[in-house]
Design a protein around this ligand. Structure first.
Ligand code: GLA
Length: 387
C-alpha cells in the first residue's frame, strides 16, 4: 500500500523524494453503542484497514490534495490561510478541519503540503473512514511540523474538527479507537473522563466477523444529531429529580426509579438505551475478563435489540443480517456496529461456523433484500504510525 501511494505521489508531483507515508486505522465497536456522547463506556478496537497518507511540505502556503478513492476530483487545491468549510472542497474538508483545529490551539503550519491519500475501508460501511482520515492527518501534522500533542490530543482534535468544522456531532469513540488502537486488544474507554484500559480480545476458537450490509440510508448525520439532542433533553429532565452529570451515571435500577421525569415516551426509550447499554458494556468486559464469551455474546445480542427497538438506529437490512446470524449454531453474538442506519454488523463466530455463516447469511440476505453482503474476518491492529 505504501508503494502504491508513493507511486501516485511521484506521478502527480514529479518525485517522491522526502515524502513520508502515514497510516491510521478504522475501527469496529464490539459493544457500547451511542453511549460515548452520554458519558458511558465503549469497547471498540482498531482494524488493520484504514487510511494511508503520503505527505511532503511545500515551499509555499498551498495545500494540494489528491485521493485515490476519488480520482475524478483530481487535485483539490487550497491554502493554509483562511481555512473554512466549503462544499467545493469535498472530502478535503476532513483534513482541512483538522488543520483548522490545530491552528485554533496555536499549532500553526508555516508552509503548505502536497498530499496523496488512499483508504481501504469500504465506503459508507460505518467502520470510521472519516475518523481514520482525521487521525492520520493529526499524526502527520505532529510528525512533520513537530506539534507537541499526544495521540489522545489527536483524537480530541479530530472529534472537535468533525463537530465544529464538518457539522457531525459525533462522540469521541471513533477517533479514540483509531488514535489509541493496540494490536489484539479492544479499548475499554470511559467517555466521562477518558480513562481507559486495554483488554485482550484473543478469542480461543472464534473469530470476529464483520458483515457489510452495503446499504447506507439517507440523513444519517441529521438522525444522529437528533438522537444526541433527544438524550440531552432527557438528561435535563432527569436532572430535575436526581443529581447526575450524564446518563452514564445511572444504573438500570436508578433509571427505573426516575424515568417518569422524562416527559416524552420516545425520549424515555432513548435514555433507557443509553443507560442500559452502558451497563451492558461494563458487564461484557467483566465477562470477557472471566473468559465467559457466551455471556459477552448474549450482551451483544441484547445491545442489538435495544438499538433496534429503543434507540431506533437499525434498519431492515441490518436486522435481517442479525436475525439470520442468530439462527446459526456457533454464532456467539451478533449486532449492529457503529452509528447505524445501515453499515455493518459485528459477530463473534466459532472457527468451524465461519464458512456456514458466510454462506447462509449471504444467501438469506440476498433473498430477503436483493442485496449482496460482504464479509470480512477481522484482525485487530495498532493505532497510527509512520510507515
Ligand atoms: C458514530 C460516532 C461515534 C459513536 C457511534 C455510535 O460512529 O462517530 O462517536 O457515537 O456512532 O456508538
Amino acid at each position: 500500500m505504501k508503494e502504491k501511494v508513493l507511486q501516485k505521489f511521484e506521478e502527480l508531483f514529479g518525485s517522491a523524494d522526502g515524502v513520508n507515508v502515514y497510516f491510521a486505522p478504522g475501527r469496529v465497536n464490539m459493544i457500547g453503542e451511542h453511549t460515548d456522547y452520554n458519558g458511558g463506556h465503549v469497547f471498540p478496537c482498531a482494524l488493520t484497514i484504514g487510511t494511508y497518507m503520503a505527505a511532503r511540505k511545500r515551499d509555499d502556503r498551498k495545500l494540494c490534495f489528491y485521493s485515490m478513492n476519488f480520482e475524478k476530483s483530481g487535485i483539490l487545491e487550497s491554502s493554509i490561510d483562511g481555512i473554512k468549510p466549503e462544499e467545493s472542497a469535498e472530502w478535503t474538508n476532513y483534513p482541512k478541519g483538522v488543520m483548522w483545529a490545530f491552528a485554533g490551539r496555536g499549532f500553526l503550519m508555516d508552509c503548505g503540503l502536497d498530499i496523496v491519500i488512499y483508504g481501504n475501508i469500504p465506503a459508507g460501511s460505518g467502520l470510521s473512514s472519516s475518523a481514520s482520515l482525521e487521525v492520520v492527518t493529526g499524526y502527520m501534522l505532529k510528525d512533520l511540523y513537530g506539534f507537541a500533542v499526544s495521540n489522545i490530543d489527536i483524537a480530541l482534535i479530530g472529534q472537535y474538527s468533525e463537530n465544529n468544522f464538518n457539522g457531525m456531532n459525533c462522540g469521541i469513540m471513533d477517533q479514540f479507537a483509531s488514535a489509541m488502537g493496540k494490536k489484539d486488544n479492544a479499548i475499554f474507554l470511559n467517555t466521562a473522563d477518558l480513562s481507559y484500559e486495554y483488554a485482550p480480545l484473543v478469542l480461543d476458537g472464534a473469530k470476529i466477523l464483520i458483515t457489510n450490509s452495503n446499504v447506507k440510508h439517507k440523513l444519517v448525520d441529521s438522525k444522529y444529531n437528533e438522537r444526541r439532542s433527544e438524550c440531552e433533553t432527557a438528561l435535563k429532565e432527569l436532572q430535575e429529580v436526581v443529581g447526575i452529570n450524564t446518563l452514564g451515571d445511572l444504573t438500570e435500577e436508578q433509571f427505573e426509579t426516575y424515568q417518569s421525569a422524562i416527559q416524552d415516551e420516545i425520549r424515555r426509550r432513548r435514555a433507557k438505551h443509553a443507560v442500559y447499554e452502558n451497563q451492558r458494556t461494563i458487564r461484557a468486559v467483566e465477562a470477557l475478563k472471566k473468559k465467559d464469551i457466551a455471556l459477552f455474546g448474549e450482551l451483544m445480542n441484547a445491545s442489538h435489540v435495544s438499538l433496534r427497538d429503543d434507540y431506533e438506529v437499525s434498519c431492515e437490512e441490518i436486522d435481517v443480517l442479525a436475525e439470520e446470524a442468530w439462527k446459526i449454531d456457533g454464532v456467539i453474538g451478533s449486532r449492529i456496529t457503529g452509528g447505524g442506519f445501515g453499515g455493518c454488523t459485528v459477530s463473534i463466530v466459532k472457527d468451524e461456523a465461519v464458512d456456514t455463516f458466510i454462506a447462509r447469511v449471504g444467501t438469506a440476505y440476498k433473498k430477503r433484500t436483493g442485496i449482496e453482503a460482504d464479509f470480512y474476518v477481522v484482525d485487530i491492529g495498532d493505532g497510527p504510525s509512520r510507515l
